[in-house]
Ligand binder design. Sequence first.
Ligand code: MN
Length: 265
Amino acid sequence: MTRILVSNDDGINSPGLLHLKQALDGVGEVTVIAPDREWTASGHAKTMHKPLRISQVELPDGSRAYVSSGAPSDCIALAVLGFLPQLPDLVVSGINFGPNVGHDITYSSTLAAAFEGTVSGIPSLAASLDTYENADFTYAAQFVAYLANEVLCHGLPRNVLLNVNVPSVPAGEIEGVEITRLGRRLYRDKLVKRQDPRGREYYWIGGDWPTGFAEDEGTDIWALARDRVSITPIHLDMTDEGFIEELRGWDLSKQVSSARSESHG
Ligand code: MN
């Protein structure tokens, strides 16, 4: 029996989670362990300084699920470290409310849950729907279930996960599937400075939703702008091989030599 572990970063009550779970029911035996609240843009967390609770809950369709007080990545860690009697064959995180493209992946806790699966050696997918409003997860869930089945058949290379973004259009208007690279995000963050009731200043990071460079052909942002499903293979090794030699040329060990001679002198 194929075992699939499902989590997300929008919390246990997200409709994206329920749609995903129900679609994956057709692929294998699904266990849901999701956070008890929203963790959007909380990155890859590991809760080490306080206890984590897990409780059993019922999803709106009456099926059993688990809810955890930890981050999405904690949910996967809990499951893999022994909360589940057997390791899952696949981890699927999502379906996120809002795209995770370009630089988003370093902020995204949807990705973080999938990273945690990858770190544990389990093939993992992160799935997101390209809209911030009026989300209909039906088609996205259908596609992710199809892809999950493909991943189970083909496997994934070690340390590689798939980041899937589905356009927010009806199934009949999807223009295809593109295997993409990460695009360039354009954040529109603005710092809002206000005063609290006691006269102390506080800051709020606000601004409009991010956009991106939709003309960069072959990127995730480019694909979504053309109503195509985007699948980006992401490698956990973020080393910039091309910069290694130049950085060596900075000869930073000079600092070590001079600090040594100072301490000896
Ligand atoms: Mn989210």
